[in-house]
Every structure is written in structure tokens, then in C-alpha cells.
Design a protein. Sequence first.
Length: 463
Amino acid sequence: MEATNTLSKIFDKNQLLTDPDSLAEYGKDWSNASLPNPLAIVFPESTEQVQSLVKLANQTPFNLVPSGGRTGLSGGAMASNQEVVVSFEKMNKILDFNPIDRTALCQAGVITQQLQQLAEDKNLYYPVDFASSGSSHIGGNIATNAGGIKVVRYGLTRNWVAGLKVVTGSGEILDLNHGLVKNATGYDFRQMFIGSEGTLGFITEATMQLTKLPVNLTVMVLGIRDVDAIMKTFQAFKDKMDPTALELFSRDSVAIVHEQKGIPKPFETDAPYYLLLEFENDAEATENLVLDTFEQCTNEGWVLDGVMSQNEQQARNLWRLREDISESISHYTPYKNDLAVKVSNIPAFLASLDELIAEHYPQFQVLWYGHIGDGNLHLNILKPADMDKDAFYEECGKVNPHIFQLVKDLDGSISAEHGVGLLKRDYLSYSRSEAEISCMRGLKTMFDPNGIMNPGKIFEVAG
Ligand code: MLT
Ligand code: ZN
């Protein structure tokens, strides 16, 4: 109560919510990893207002949880312990566009699609893309170093952040890198804040790099014979071209997208796996190369059938087979895992994962899809309709140590792109050494000495 009274010194009544519906809504993300129970929601409108809030939170004290589009899948934006949720919804403007540097200065609450649209209006391209780009915020994307479907060509969000303005946990405003391409003046703190999940400070503004528009993006969906053929087909195309996306999904994913969204199968021929390949169809020679590779893979028996988009609408429809999976399976309350290995380790990983799944999940439907071009697989276990959710999650959780040990043995990551948040924090040591975790804790203490910034995410709150 004391905290809400003091909040009203900084925020007017349009910037402060405490009603039960808003608390329930803003206190959670897509993970539903815990029960929402925040104290209040505030809507700052400037970096200075965020700074005043952080200073107040240190004095009072109370804890802060940042809130972007709340599309996270690891519980990074859950507020369950009377924290004040800081929504960046009102900081949603693109403040500047620089055509020479090809940069856009965005407030943290700019929606990904808003930036993509601005880029397109300027005949440029913001390449980080995923199914949630219509609601995710740039600030949240940076805080989680979001990946998505174009990483194979364009890399992660990190590659597109030319500058950052942040408010640290001790209430300092840091203006990091100033949009420079070159800047060899010591530690690049910008990189520390990217992927820090709001645990060091809050991003309030970002200078985002744009690039040239790709030409005539064309999509091909291929039906693949088996796991071995996935890698062979993948390699055949990678050797010949530089795709803008290379995605994998299974037969069951196609069936569920059809059931939930009415999207038809790409072709009649049945296939256990599908590869989606997107490329710039910029010359007749490129298209011929793609068609030749397709023929080669078909002759080898790796590819069972295929279809290629002939216009933008067809390309969009083919993308829906992949992009609609996540939302379609949410109907089945999936237990999600987001794993990565080096591309060269994918065959070994898939073979062992198959064995693990057969041994530990014989009773559940297992569905996988992912960004195979980046070595990133999403493993989803679907809940049987008649099973209680908590019991199901508990059962699935028991298998995590086996899966994560396999990931560790292959030097992989237990969270490729969804972040650590609450859901992966107890497993962090499968991917990061004790020495690394200790350095991470040290960094947290330096930027956030009182531990008020998104406490409990990435690490347990220090006891
Ligand atoms: C995806 O690739 O579709 C997203 O990471 C979301 C998900 O894994 O469900
Ligand atoms: Zn993904």
C-alpha cells in the first residue's frame, strides 16, 4: 500500500493500474509459468520517468518486473511476488529515422511489426521476424535477444542493435554505443544488456540497424523421407545458396495446423518431415539452381514431394504451415523445450533425442519443429485431454535432466532463443559453468546492487 501511494507521486492516474483484471493480465506472459500477483502496473512515458521509478524502488524498497508484449515462453515477464510491473506500452514511438546510417531510434515499447513496417516504407528491411511480431516489443526482443525465422541469414536481435539507452538497477542512465559501427573504447555494455532479461536494468530506447530489402522472397516446402534425409537435403541446399530461412516441422505439426487453422497440407504426398526453404529469387539462374537441387534431392530419394510459391500470397500461405504451429498447439497445453546444438551435431542430437523420447515419453504425443538452419529445435510434448495440467508438467519435467544432459554432452544450449526466465533457471548449469554463473551474478550485483530488477529470473534470488 505504501508503495502504491508513493508511485502516485511519479505516475498520474492514467499511468497506474491496480485493478484485479489488469494485475492478472500484466502479471503474466505466454508461459503462464507461475500465478500472476503483482502489486501495481505503471506505464512510464520517458527514460527519466523510468529512472525516477528505479530510484524510488531502491529507496522504498520494492521490486520491478519489465513488461513488453508479454509473448515470452520462459516466464521472464511473470510477476508473482507483489512486484511493480513496468509496462512500456506508452513508450511506443519511433523517434527518428536516419537514411544514411539506415537506423531507426525506437522507444522500448515499439512493436516489432511497427519497425518492420517503417523499414519497408523506407524501402529497407528489419529482418528479425517471428510469429509474435504483431505484439512483441523491441525492448523485450532485445532483453531476450530474440531469434525467430530469419536467423540463418540475418542473425539474432543482437546483430541489429546499434545503440541502447538503459536505466540500470541503481538508477543510472547509460547511453551505450551511440549507434556507432566502430567503437573500440573498452567494454561494450550494450552486449551485457542484450539477453539480460531485465535483470541488470531496463532498456528504454534502442537504435536499430536496418538493411536492404531482400528481392522476391520465394518459399519452397519439401516433404522429407526421414531424419537422415533432413540433413542431406539441408546440406545440399546450403552448399549451393544462401537461404533467408531454413525451417523444419513434422507431420503432426502440419496436421494440427490444419485442424486448428484450416491450412491445407502443402501437397497430397505424405511425409514425416517438412523443410521450408526461403530464398531470394533474384535471377533465373537462382531459380534454376534451386530446381536442380530439388531434382537432385528427389533423385536421391531424400525429398518425396515439393511445392514452390509463385507469388507473395502463396509464399505467405506456405509460411503459415510453420508460423501457425505455436498458436495451434497451445490448444493442447504443450510442455515446451527450446534446444540448440551446433548444426554439425544435429544428426547425433536427433538420433539420441529419438531414443530418449521413445524411452521416456511413450505415453505422450511428441511434436517437434524449429529453426534447423540454426541448430535450434523446439520439442513440444502435448498434454492428453484427460490429464491434469500439473500432473502432466510434473511428469514431463522428470525427463528434463536426461534431455539437458544430452544437450550438455553435445555442448549445446538448454535455451536457444526463449530465454532462461523462471522455467530454465534451475537447469542453467547444464549450459553455463559455475565460473560463468558466478561472473553473471557479479555483473548483476554491479548493475543492480539491491536486486530489485526482475528478481528470480535467470537466477534464484540470493538467499
Ligand atoms: C517458434 O519458433 O514458433 C517460436 O519459437 C515459438 C514456439 O516455439 O512455440
Ligand atoms: Zn522458435
